[in-house]
Design a protein around this ligand. Structure first.
Ligand code: ASP
Length: 323
């Protein structure tokens, strides 16, 4: 059995403050990996903090992982920094068409620290990548012996080794001793056909506007300028101050504007509140509903769709399916 391991950098590879360990070195530091009977084919893609990753880089990794599974790998593992992992894994999940698992992992403590979590995370990720029960689940995030759907997982703590949580659904399963126990199998929307070129991606800018207390709203127009789409991280169930609603409605007349919640869990509503700036008001002005996607994931999806040439109706229906 083979697993392709793509190393992109991040804390799991950090010594002396910067990403330095190669994929081979990361794999060599994992107790028990040799005993799994799995050949690890390592590819060093980058040695970056994950803030330096791009959509294009991630899609290249997805393509390389696709080739690896087409070539007989049982699955693939990506090691990277944790800061953007909830976005990169989601992006990969939007286009990953295979039954073979594509598993993202990393570490919160670098390998020079007591209790470094990278080795345990890599071991668990490889176990999941080759596990029969994980087949067909799409892109997964394995951290702290938990298995999460890329669509639902969030980084919820800046330092804890239990930073990755799926607030809306809980983990899909757990890695216990040598067993991968999948307890929940969520519906998996089909992969998106959109594979925009690097040029299209570079030309497609999507901003996130966060609703905050006592905001005069002038930032909305600045943010929307030279952008092709906007995500609103609204209060609670998808609200903004009433005075902002006409501004957002005007932007929604020019480009797709997607309404998400800044709370960290739960959906935006559709038809419960009716005050100016409420979800009913904003959706009535043409904003689109992100469902349960948080603002960062909503931005990933909107940018991919816009760069792929999707129009408003398609964007609305894809958000209804993936949200
Ligand atoms: N800043 C690091 C990164 O995202 C954090 C980590 O890897 O956990 O690259």
């Amino acid at each position: 059995m083979r697993v392709a391991l793509f190393a992109l950098g991040g804390t799991i590879s950090v010594t002396g403050g910067t990403p330095r360990l190669t994929g081979e070195q990361i794999a060599a530091g994992v107790p028990g990996l040799d005993g799994l009977g799995v050949r690890i084919d390592v590819r060093d893609v980058a040695a970056l903090p994950s803030s330096g990753l791009t959509f294009t880089r991630v899609l290249e990794v997805v393509d390389a992982a696709s080739r690896a599974v087409a070539d007989g790998a049982a699955g693939a593992v990506v090691t990277q920094g944790t800061d953007t992992l909830e976005e990169t894994a989601f992006l990969a999940g939007l286009v990953w068409p295979h039954d073979e698992p594509l598993v993202f992992t990393g570490a919160m403590r670098n390998p020079t620290l007591a209790g470094a979590d990278g080795p345990a995370n890599v071991l668990a990720a490889v176990r999941v990548a080759v596990a029969t029960p994980a087949r067909g689940l799409g892109v997964l995030v394995v951290f702290n012996d938990q298995v999460h759907a890329a669509r639902r997982v969030r980084k919820t703590h800046s330092t804890s080794t239990a930073a990755f949580v799926s607030p809306d659904s809980g983990p899909l399963g757990h890695v216990v001793e040598d067993r991968v126990r999948i307890l929940a199998v969520p519906p998996r929307p089909g992969p998106l056909p959109h594979r925009p070129s690097p040029e299209r991606l570079a030309a497609t800018r999507v901003a996130v506007y966060t609703a905050v207390l006592d905001d005069d709203g002038t930032l909305v127009d600045d943010l929307a300028r030279d952008r092709q789409g906007l995500v609103v991280a609204g209060f609670g169930v998808g609200h903004v101050a009433g005075a902002l609603a006409p501004r957002l409605g005007a932007v929604a007349g020019r480009m797709p504007v997607v309404l998400a919640s800044r709370t960290g869990a739960g959906p935006v509503l559709r038809a419960t509140y009716r005050s100016p700036g409420s979800e009913t008001d904003l959706l009535g002005r043409g904003l689109l509903d992100a469902g349960m996607l948080d603002p960062w994931k909503a931005r990933v999806l909107l940018r991919l769709l816009l760069a792929g040439g999707a129009g408003r109706d398609e964007i609305a229906s894809v958000f209804a399916e993936w949200g």
